[in-house]
Design a protein around this ligand. Structure first.
Ligand SMILES: [Zn+2]
Length: 342
């Protein structure tokens, strides 16, 4: 049993739903999205409570192949299979983008981190496009990836940015590895690891390294109304957006902004920035290897300080094996010191 992870956090959707009308925008897509997300969240909470919430999920062996479904604007998943692994491109651009995004994420995990799909046993990757009506979000429901079309004014189709897919699938990886709880510090790390490997996939696809990357999350799903804004900034958390439609980015950049028990999407800024600082020094893929080995060694209720300690330890082991620079452990410690964790 796992919980559903939405790409656009509830506080952003709620802000749009509340403020769209007075800004001269149609509030209905965001309002519908808020209602749909709340219903999903509620049914997850009920079933998680009934099942006694097991953090770790057993693997489901497969070949890591992709299946893309067109949900034909219904509020259901798996409606019509339109493209399977190796099939030629289809007419729907978003179905092809979903196919490519799932593929890029799978390739990053295989080629850079040596992992066989999400569960390391070749789990089949299920993707859904055209879910709901002008649905302003995307999510991973513990089994499959679901993309909305967006309303076309505030958000575009959520297949447009590979960040979305990579972020969401990484929630799956976390679910199969550390099993980090989705509250407080473990929750913030759960979110951060999704942004971290999401940004790595983005950099792989766009062929840029740490120094050239913009370190923005979700900038390509912003429609014209919000051109140039983003959902999060990993380099400068708290600066991704500030406008009447979305409100102001509340992310913490270091422990001085930490909100005890706060939204994982707010506190994740602290860990995101520690990764950014590591990647700037080590390069993105070496940093990704250090942080992935960290994820493999964390546990469901791990805290930020545990992450800092294990991350430095994994950096030292990789340095000893010649996989990263000799002083990688010091780089990691300096990064966690900079954000106030140690
Ligand atoms: Zn997330």
């Amino acid at each position: 049993m796992s919980h559903v992870c939405f790409y656009v956090p509830a506080h952003i959707i709620d802000h749009i739903a509340k403020n769209a009308r007075q800004l001269g925008l149609d509030p209905e897509p965001a309002q519908r999205t808020a209602v749909a997300d709340r219903a999903q969240r509620q049914s997850r909470n009920d079933s998680a409570a009934a099942a006694g919430f097991a953090a770790l999920t057993p693997p489901r062996p497969g070949k890591g192949d992709r299946q893309i479904f067109d949900d034909e604007n219904q509020w259901n998943v798996g409606v019509t299979l339109v493209r399977g692994e190796g099939d030629a491109a289809v007419a729907g651009a978003n179905a092809n983008a979903a196919y490519d995004g799932l593929g890029a994420t799978r390739d990053f995990y295989r080629d850079i981190l040596g992992r066989d799909s999400i569960d390391n046993a070749g789990l089949t990757l299920l993707g859904n496009v055209n879910y709901g009506v002008q649905y302003d979000n995307a999510f991973w429901d513990g089994t499959e990836m679901v993309f909305g079309n967006g309303d076309g004014v505030i958000f575009t189709d959520f297949t447009k940015d590979v960040d979305v897919c990579a972020h969401e699938l990484t929630h799956g990886v976390t679910q199969y590895t550390a099993g980090l709880y989705y509250t407080d510090q473990p929750g913030a790390m759960n979110e951060a690891f999704s942004d971290i490997f999401g940004s790595c996939v983005d950099q792989m696809v766009h062929k840029v390294d740490a120094g050239e990357h913009n370190w923005l999350i979700g900038e390509e799903v912003m429609a014209d109304q919000l051109y140039g804004e983003a959902i999060r900034s990993m380099a400068h958390p708290g600066t991704a957006y500030d406008n009447p439609v979305l409100g102001r980015d509340p992310q913490a950049a270091d422990m001085s902004g930490y909100v005890p028990g706060g939204d994982p999407h707010v506190n994740s800024g602290i860990i995101n920035r520690a990764f950014y600082l590591t990647a700037i020094e080590l390069g993105t893929f070496p940093a990704a290897r250090v942080w992935f080995n960290t994820l493999l060694n964390l546990w469901p209720n791990a805290q930020f300080a545990d992450c800092a300690y294990i991350c430095a330890e994994q950096a030292r082991i990789l340095a000893r094996d010649g996989k990263v620079g000799r002083n990688a452990a010091q780089t990691v410690r300096a990064a966690f010191h900079e954000v106030g964790v140690v």
